[in-house]
Design a protein around this ligand. Structure first.
Ligand SMILES: [Zn+2]
Length: 470
């Protein structure tokens, strides 16, 4: 069996072959770091994490690049308006770079909890402004971009004959429903910004041949993918909401600047929906991962996500996650029983039943990463494993442990017993409760010097005590 991937370019499933044998070059649009990550991020990066993991399982070397958008992404994804990061910086009254760094850190922490592997390269857009300027200059030289008297640079969309190839939009129709800014200095309303002049008060700005300004959102992905993966690479991923205009614009920029085909496969994951409508931060209905992690083991959320094929919309409810969690706990319990029975030793899979289920699992993954089908095989596997536990067959348990290990790697599901891992946290909580109790006693005796000393010592350790007024 060969791996087949649905290519959003050709709208068909195609057999995957890398351009360079043995190496997969993959780019996925990273987050705009202006707010806490939400379930939409969890879905997108879990889906592509499974892709990343499966290529590794198949023996490929994978170069996986993600960008961090820390400048140039404007509210509403358009060319006019506020920069999302600057707006948040004003709200929190801090430097915009602090906003970007803060939310980047929170993003990676959340991804780690979901057992999402870090990409090979995570590149901040602000680190590659000279490369972006270089690409914009190429587009101007080729007549595909123009500088306006205001110092803005726009891409001349009508000149790029293939515009709309990915989203199946025709330029004549693309205006319907789009907001047209009459005050714009564009030749045509569809043209998109490559470089914007920094107007008064814009803190994030760089010198350029066109004056001080900042790059448009789309140019960063064209620049960073070229920088790290070359002019043509294997896979470009993102959410379906990125197809238009973001990926369409990336194609227009890269294909003209490089004079080559941009990517072989475009992969797009579907959205998270709440009551049938899209979930997103800008729509104000996003469930943050912090909220979800307070309630659920992150592994339940990961398990819930991969129950959906990446191209299907994912509805969400707390009940549904809880139900997925129960199912996951059963798998986890069986895995730990198998591990104990096998004495932690793995053995090559030889038994017919295990081999058959495992091969079906792989066949599901080969069919455009069909994780729901793969999970149905994992459930069969768990059922078989619980019988082996009952029969206390240590030899078969070792083969099962081997298969569980492979499945755990591919799907990124951590089956290890949670209780052992959280022991330390439990002790910490108990200790803090004892300290709080001692302080309350001291305060009741009006020994404020001692109770304040404890409070201050805790504060230097990063633990804040909120005293109720006595
Ligand atoms: Zn992008």
């Amino acid at each position: 069996m060969a791996l087949k991937i649905y290519n959003s370019f050709t709208k068909t499933k195609q057999e995957f072959k890398p351009l360079i044998p043995g190496l997969v070059r993959m780019y996925v649009c990273g987050p705009t770091v202006y707010g806490p990550p939400h379930l939409g991020h969890a879905r997108s990066y879990t889906d592509f994490d499974v892709v990343y993991r499966y290529f590794q399982y198949l023996g490929y070397k994978v170069k996986y690049v993600q960008n961090i958008t820390d400048v140039g992404h404007l509210v509403g994804d358009g060319d006019d308006g506020e920069d999302k990061i600057l707006r948040q910086a004003q709200k929190e009254q801090v430097d915009p770079y602090e906003i970007a760094y803060k939310y980047e850190t929170i993003y990676f922490d959340a991804m780690q909890k979901l057992n999402i592997l870090k990409p090979s390269i995570s590149a901040r857009a602000t680190g590659f402004i000279p490369e972006m300027i270089d690409m914009i200059e190429k587009l101007i030289a080729k007549g595909y971009a123009y500088v306006t008297k205001n110092g803005n640079v726009y891409y001349r969309v009508h000149k790029f004959g293939s515009y709309g190839q990915l989203s199946n939009r025709k330029l004549e129709n693309s205006l319907s429903g789009e907001r047209i800014d009459v005050a714009s200095d564009k030749e045509n309303p569809e043209d998109f910004a490559l470089w914007k002049t920094a107007e008064g008060g814009h803190i994030m700005k760089w010198k350029s041949p066109w004056g001080e300004g900042y790059p448009g959102w789309h140019i960063e992905c064209s620049t960073l993918s070229k920088k790290f993966l070359g002019e043509t690479f294997d896979i470009h991923g993102g959410g379906i909401d990125n197809i238009f205009p973001h990926h369409e614009c990336e194609c227009a920029q890269s294909e003209i600047a490089n004079g080559k085909r941009f990517v072989n496969f475009f992969m797009h994951n579907n959205l998270v929906t709440i009551n049938g409508t899209k979930m997103g931060k800008s729509l104000g209905n996003a469930l943050t991962l912090e909220q979800l992690f307070n309630e659920f083991d992150p592994m339940y959320i990961r398990y819930y996500i991969i129950q959906f094929h990446y191209r299907s919309p994912m509805g969400i409810s707390e009940d549904a996650i809880a139900k997925a969690g129960e199912q996951f706990e059963k798998i986890r319990e069986t895995y730990n029983q198998i591990k104990e029975l096998a004495g932690g030793k793995t053995a090559q899979i030889k038994s017919g039943e295990i081999l058959e289920i495992f091969n079906n699992f792989i066949a599901a993954m080969d069919e455009d990463f069909n994780t729901p089908l793969a999970i149905s095989e994992l459930l069969k596997f768990t059922k078989f494993a619980s019988q082996v536990v009952q029969n206390k067959d240590a030899k078969v348990a070792s083969e099962l442990l081997e298969a569980f290990g492979k499945i755990s790697f591919i799907l990124g599901l951590d089956f290890e017993d949670k209780k052992q891992k959280t022991n330390d946290n439990g002790n910490e909580e108990k200790l803090l409760a004892i300290i709080a109790d001692v302080r309350n006693k001291l305060r009741a005796e009006k020994n404020y010097a001692a109770s304040d000393y404890i409070r201050d010592q805790l504060a230097t350790a990063g633990i804040v005590v909120n005293d109720k007024k006595v």
